[in-house]
Design a protein around this ligand. Structure first.
Ligand SMILES: [Zn+2]
Ligand SMILES: [Zn+2]
Length: 351
């Protein structure tokens, strides 16, 4: 049996470089030789034991690579093709997928998230892709691995927040938190036609990056109250759409308070414990507010569209990759990323 290197979760606080058997593609599956991947904030939750996965699991859900094996019944692809797969790998066949909610594949919440959650992930030399024909997306010629590295998760999620927020031409949009997903939500809001984008964060470098990706106004929450500032900037009207990209009671509530009646709160955050809905911020339920949530949209058609956006140069997310590591250095990469040192936004990991 041939072996490979992989980043393995061995228990809370420990993701280590280990040796695992190279996967073998079964019927309907494919194996990708991973040429680049990255670390997600969700992986840090796993590392800290805040999101439970089985010890021994390979982590990572953002694969870029080359088709190494095609299992029985997988047609329309050939070995050696450059591909990505989304962080979410829907079956594409169940009622929930066919109903348009592929991230909830199988009819249970988060059911489409398999890589580095319920099956071995892609922070490894090879990764097995389930439901290959629903998930392998060919990389257009001329795009580098790094150019498409944000598509599987960060771009799909951040843009998804802007799309599900149903941003219209001329909208004022506020985005709370400018980590990688919030930054992609800002870029997505711009592409959707928002005419004014106000972003909130506490890290000056992130606010500067937000301006580069389309923010018109930035608010450092250390310096000013974000809700007051958004109300002031909109002459008391509030935003048409507020995007929550952190997952805390405070940012969720601030989104509600900065929203105009009839506005939409588009939530991307991952919450824990209870999330309160204060009656005064919610117009006692009579404000025609809409609250929508989005888990990273996946599947090959989603990936194809996102790569088209990159290929057409409508957006350049390249600057989000601030650090580069070899897979052998994965523990160092986690240390840097988890502790948010040295202005890190996203790391590129090369097996
Ligand atoms: Zn992720
Ligand atoms: Zn499905």
């Amino acid at each position: 049996m041939s072996m490979m290197n992989a980043a393995v979760f061995t228990g809370p606080g420990r993701i280590v470089l280990g040796r695992k058997p190279k996967p073998v593609a079964g019927p309907g599956e494919a194996v990708i030789k991973v040429t680049m991947t990255t670390i997600c904030g969700t992986d840090v939750h796993i590392l800290k034991g805040e999101y439970p996965v089985e010890p021994g699991l390979t982590i990572g859900h953002e694969p870029v690579g080359i088709i190494d094996q095609l299992g029985a019944g997988v047609t329309g692809y050939s070995l050696g093709q450059r591909v990505i797969a989304g962080a979410i790998t829907p079956c594409g066949q169940c009622h929930t997928c066919l109903d348009g909610h592929m991230a909830q594949c199988g009819g249970h919440a988060i059911g489409g998230w398999r890589f580095g959650n319920t099956i071995d992930g892609c922070q490894a030399e090879y990764v097995k892709v389930p439901h290959a024909m629903a998930n392998l997306a060919l990389i257009p010629d001329g795009l580098t691995d790094e150019q498409v590295l944000m598509c599987p998760d960060i771009m799909s999620t951040g843009f998804g927040g802007a799309e599900n927020g149903a941003i219209r031409l001329g909208d004022t949009v506020a985005v709370f938190a400018q980590g990688p997903i919030g930054l992609c939500a800002t870029a997505g809001a711009r592409l959707r036609g928002a005419s004014r984008i106000i972003v909130v964060d506490g890290v000056p470098e992130r606010l500067a990056m937000a301006r580069r990706l389309g923010a018109d106004e930035t608010i450092d929450f250390h310096e000013a109250d974000p809700v007051e500032q958004i109300m002031r900037l909109t002459n008391g009207a509030g935003a048409d759409v507020c995007i929550e990209a952190l997952g805390t009671q405070q940012t969720f509530e601030s989104c509600l308070r900065a929203l105009k009646p009839g506005g939409t709160l588009s939530s991307l955050g991952v919450y824990s414990g209870k999330l309160g809905l204060p009656a005064d911020a919610f117009a006692a339920g009579l404000g025609d507010h809409r609250i929508v949530t989005t888990l990273c949209p996946g599947g090959k058609e989603r990936m194809r569209r996102l790569m088209n956006v990159v290929a057409s140069r409508r957006v350049d997310l390249g600057p989000l990759v601030t650090h580069r590591f070899r897979l052998e250095e994965i523990e160092l990469a986690y240390d840097l990323f988890a502790n948010q040192r040295d202005g890190v936004l996203k790391v590129a990991i090369t097996p």
